[in-house]
Design a protein around this ligand. Structure first.
Ligand SMILES: [Zn+2]
Length: 378
């Protein structure tokens, strides 16, 4: 076994064969576009880069996190036909449509996250990235927020059973509620979510006072940000929490959900981050934690932003340089797949204009950090 190779990318060409429907904001094509950009930059041929295709997770693996009756309902939904009582399980309305292959899609994605985390936990790669994963809103017995199976919680649960301590960092614009819920009473998993305030955005949780319970008390950390928060506020939030929590919790593995709906052009959320925040987070996590790291994708509904951000993430995680200018092969595919209105020609975002909302967001963060200090979390 070679230890600490450059990194593992988990991806399936099958991902783009699934569709939530033509009007749905979550388009699996964004994963293909991301893969296209990685390839165009030749980031998949470097020394030590491994690529693996996932297989579907098993029902037994999913039962670590989901109820048997919910999984039965998801089996029924796989035909693409609505059925009585489907709404009981959160299946079949706008956010979580019943589409042909919905169960297969969810099991395959879950298999990808299980594989990625297993590989790094076993030391076969130092870092792994599963762009298709990150469905952090799926609950024990309910689909929610575009998520059917909580691939992250399933993958983490397996490692916890094997005695690992996991730090989960979620930087999606939406609170990582499903993952928090799965480990709310556990002291083996520290969940940290930095997200847009629940006052303004789905799922309406992720308040600073949600700290965990029983043995898990103190093992859930939430840092809500006000709409309009930009890089400097986000980076202050991150720096106020991560270094101290990593050093006191001392995880075996770090799992990161890299949702990029927190970026400024995203149509579903109201934060104003740029690639600077992402670059900062990845660089610092690698500095602060020398053990295994597994990253997943997550939200992100502007396809060009998704492809650029996750390609950058892959470059940073594996220590590969990326020139700023976007390659021609990618620009062609970007135009073909509906991101043609985007004119940005560089992978990194330009310096943003200062926003009037930023001062308010910064002030609100000071209050949040004060509360976290009072609770003894940081
Ligand atoms: Zn999101």
């Amino acid at each position: 076994m070679t230890e600490h190779t450059a990194g593992l990318l988990v991806y399936s060409p099958l991902y783009r064969t699934f569709s939530y429907g033509p009007e749905h904001p979550l388009r699996p094509t964004r994963l293909y576009l991301t893969h296209t950009l990685m390839k165009a930059y030749e980031l998949l041929d470097g020394s030590g880069v491994r690529m693996l295709e996932p297989e579907e997770a098993s029902r037994k693996e999913l039962l670590r996190v989901h109820s048997a009756s919910y999984l039965d309902a998801l089996d029924m939904a796989n035909s693409g036909e609505n059925f009585p009582e489907s709404l009981t399980w959160g299946l079949g309305f706008g956010d979580n449509p019943i589409f042909a292959g919905v169960r297969d899609w969810s099991y395959l994605v879950c298999g990808g996250s299980l594989l990625a985390l297993r590989e790094v936990a076993a030391g076969r790669s130092k870092v792994a990235f599963h762009t298709g994963g990150g469905f952090h809103h799926a609950h024990y017995a309910k689909a929610a927020g575009f998520c059917y199976v909580n691939d992250i919680a399933v993958a983490i649960s397996e490692q916890v059973e094997l005695g690992q301590r996991i730090l989960y960092l979620d930087i999606d614009a939406h609170h990582g509620d499903g993952v928090q819920e799965a480990f709310y009473s556990s002291d083996k998993v520290m969940t940290i979510s930095i997200h847009e305030s629940p006052e303004h955005l789905f799922p309406g949780t992720g308040y600073v006072h949600e700290l965990g319970e029983k043995e898990g008390a103190g093992y859930s950390v939430n840092v809500p940000l006000e709409p309009g928060a930009a890089d400097s506020t986000f980076i202050e939030a991150f720096e106020s929490v991560l270094p101290s929590v990593i050093s006191s919790f001392s995880p075996d593995c770090v799992v990161m959900q890299l949702g990029v709906d927190s970026m400024t052009r995203d149509p579903l959320a109201h934060l104003s981050l740029t690639t600077r925040s992402l670059i900062h987070v990845l660089g610092r996590v690698r500095e602060l934690h020398t053990g295994p790291i597994m990253a997943t994708g997550g939200g992100g509904y502007e396809m060009d932003t998704v492809a650029r951000a996750w390609t950058l993430a892959w470059g940073i995680l594996t220590g590969q340089e990326i020139p700023d200018e976007l390659p021609e092969a990618y620009l062609k595919e970007r135009a073909r797949y509906g991101a043609s209105g985007v004119r940005q020609m560089t992978i990194r975002d330009p310096e943003p204009e200062p926003l009037p909302e930023e001062a308010e967001a910064r002030k609100a963060l000071e209050g949040t950090l004060r509360s976290l200090r009072e609770y003894g979390v940081i």
